[in-house]
Design a protein around this ligand. Structure first.
Ligand code: ZN
Length: 129
């Protein structure tokens, strides 16, 4: 079984943990640290919509709060539609990841792979100044 198929199966087991009563858009993110440890996040919505947090940032913040700072890739899965990371999540990724950071998105048997530099060129950070 290919790595992305394994990750898809792993993500599907987490779908019920999503809290998305407003959008019905389920997203699971599996973040891999460079030491191989994985951190899973699901999207968590709120009736005060601005407080909603994406699966990607949940995964990042879980890992960061456990002291991880180096990451190799993130796998993002949704059974509903292609879950490209939003602008806020791309910015959070850029704080801790290089432009080579691998992003794999998957839905309904389709996968796409990209890196952070491709989807967030000219990102804001203090390292570029
Ligand atoms: Zn996001």
């Amino acid at each position: 079984m290919k790595e992305t198929e394994k990750l898809t199966e792993e993500a599907k087991r987490e779908i019920d943990k999503c809290y998305c009563p407003y959008s019905q858009f389920h997203v699971v993110a599996i973040l891999k640290a460079t030491d191989g440890k994985k951190f899973t996040g699901v999207n968590i919505e709120n009736g005060s919509f601005g407080l909603t947090i994406c699966a990607e940032r949940v995964a990042f913040f879980k890992a960061l709060s456990e002291g991880k700072r180096k990451f190799s890739e993130i796998f993002i899965y949704s059974p509903d539609n292609m879950p490209y990371p939003c602008g806020a999540c791309r910015q959070v990724m850029s704080e801790f990841c290089s432009s080579e950071f691998k992003i794999i998105v998957a839905t309904k048997g389709k996968t796409e792979q990209m890196n952070l530099g491709e989807i967030l060129p000219f990102s804001f950070n203090f390292k570029n100044t």
